[in-house]
Design a protein around this ligand. Sequence first.
Ligand SMILES: Nc1ncnc2c1ncn2[C@@H]1O[C@H](COP(=O)(O)OP(=O)(O)OP(=O)(O)O)[C@@H](O)[C@H]1O
Ligand SMILES: [Mg+2]
Length: 412
Amino acid sequence: MEEKIYKTMFLRRRFCKRVALVAVVFSLAYCLATLLLGDIRTPRVMSLTDLNRCPACYGISICPELYSSQIILDWQTLPSMFNAKNIFSGVTKSDRRVVLKKLAHNWELNEFDSKLCKEFNLKRNCKPIQLLNVTNFDEKIIKLVEYNLTWPDVEPRKGLVLCPYAYSVYDLLVPVLTKKKPAMDMINIWTMLSINPEPIIIQVIPKSSGWPVPAYAGVCGRLEVVAYEGESLSSLTHIPWHRKLRIAKKILDAAMDFTFKHDRFRFYLMDWSLDNIVANDKDEITFVDLEDFVVLDKHISPGKDLPDWYQRYGREALGPGFTFSIENMCKHHLSDHNLWAACYILAGDDNPFLYPIPKEVQTSRPHFDRLLNECLNGIDRFKTITTLQHLISDMLSDEKIVGRDAVANMIR
Ligand SMILES: Nc1ncnc2c1ncn2[C@@H]1O[C@H](COP(=O)(O)OP(=O)(O)OP(=O)(O)O)[C@@H](O)[C@H]1O
Ligand SMILES: [Mg+2]
């Protein structure tokens, strides 16, 4: 009898042990899966959006596609998950590559969040949703893009500057404002201008109108989704020189477009670098880092504060490398900043994209090198760039430079 009781107890204890073991294994598996895959119920990409920070976010236009896994993170490029820049690789259901960008480092986003309540005189632990009761977003937006012409900043500025008068910002924003939810739109716009105006710029000068910017898919929370547009020029230093020349022509064209193409505004790009320009296998180029812009309204009536408005501003020798004066750009109706910057990345001191120029090109077109130098150091860059554009077009149809096949393809 005693033996039977003992056996039952032994079996019960063994059963309990097994149940406990299964529970432990299951919990461990769940924790591991959650750690690696995020919340199992929602697509992992959703955990990148910080949707809970809305309306202090960029918007929600592409959330349905992310939530329903029409766009997923690309496993093959998973290592980029751990990059400090917060840039992720993704792929659509139709197998198109996309880039998912949080548009700021985590510490920048945390800093922004920590100042949010104070900025609007709300309680210390306020919820972002309370921003819907705030009424002075119009003024706040103007303050963010304003550049004080009387007391210019000494420190270099980041983000979007709208000058000479910041009130033009509402005309700039027309393509971004949807009629349905203006209150929400204003908070989203204020947030983007505070963190990174890239989604605004991409919508104001869209790829669909021929601007060299990424195709815009949309935003969800604190995530922007754009098309993958190619490899950055800094990793394309090994390509044949004639391809570099083709890309160089497009860079010069883009510098002219940013300066002249829009019928109301000029877009002076402040962050020119080979990292920030990508090219695809057709040698089409795209500017992928659109955070820092000085946008100039061409159609203002200049006040007494702008006595030299109708004169052109030519970049002076301000020092080596990328030095520039936002103040001077804002005080003149036209500046050659983009043209100088384009020539600098092609032929300047810091890893010039077009150098070394092949010997046979130096011999057959000695004036090419001279023109590049004139673009960097000469006086009339507008004239020099136009001559350079013509010369490069001519070189691109010379089979001694680009090879017979390339010329035949061009004619075809
Ligand atoms: N649409 C795109 N297509 C292809 N590559 C892209 C795209 N957007 C970004 N990249 C790649 O990601 C890199 C970083 O993007 P971006 O310059 O916007 O981020 P960032 O954080 O501002 O970087 P940095 O601080 O170095 O300028 C780019 O240099 C480019 O190689
Ligand atoms: Mg960059």
